[in-house]
Design a protein around this ligand. Sequence first.
Ligand SMILES: [Zn+2]
Length: 349
Amino acid sequence: MRSPSTAEKSPRSEPPGPTTDTELALGIDLGATKVVSALVARDGTVVRSGGRQVHANDGPEGVLRSLVQSVRSTLDQEPSFRIRTVGIAVAAQVDPATGTVVHAPNLNWHNVPLGARLSRELDGAPVVVVNDARAATLAEWRLGAGRGVSDLFCLILGTGVGGSAVVGNRLLEGGTHAIGEVGHITIVSGGRKCHCPNAGCLEAYVGGWAVADRAREAIGADPKAGESLLAAVGYPDQVTARTVVEAYRRGDPLAHRLIRETTQYLCDGVVSIVNAFNPDLVVLGGGFAAGMPEFARTAEGAVRLRCQPPAARARVTVGRFGENAPLVGAAEAARLGSFPGSDSGTPSG
Ligand SMILES: [Zn+2]
């Protein structure tokens, strides 16, 4: 999930303190348009990082080349680091037990043995492959806003909307490794067309792409009201969720209306999720949530008022890692040497 936000776009490389290589782990985040690799400290701090653009047209081998280049550029910055295990988060349905990317719609991959191929490129290092939403959840659960919580739901708000649940200290995986697609729960029957086969999905209202679509429609319907929003970017097709958040911060009335409506749809989604999963905590992750921390308080108010009484005590908070969460979670999976949602949990290599 690539994420629109006013938060930082790329991982922050912080000046490293005195570290030994055992304190660092290598994590990779492979998205639809870029790959980022990083050395991450035990507390989740990104110490070194490197990135490359990728494109679906590159094919698996081309993407793999960019991926290995990004890893090499990161390792070059920390010559004393020795890879033990690699963790990689992918925006895809993955089988963590075999390291296979089963289906990556944005990259157009089917059954790509990513773990085995990457291991071969990195001198046989074991590779743990995880879904990006579950990697983000792992990061927030073990190191971030959900630390110490045994029952939580991490709702990722980025360009798309995803999530994952920790129930009884177990990160759920699903029968076909696809649990937590709450972006595609219907919140408006017969509503806006989604990128999935359904219509009226939560993502079709609060996903970054959908917020941008709604903004463009609002500008088209009332060009005068949309002047300020449009002035910031020039052309309607340049409007993104980030544009809307920035205009909201400037007090633009149209952006305020769009954010108010987005918040309402988000609350509908969070109430349904809390009723379904009964978490103690909902963590709002991803770049959009990082840019709009107000979402958490309003959603928590909706949970108190609208959820079934036993579930209504759930807290809602913003994630610690924003859009770096998949990267940090991938490094944490590498440190663990396996993925906690995987039964066999055996890294490829
Ligand atoms: Zn959908």
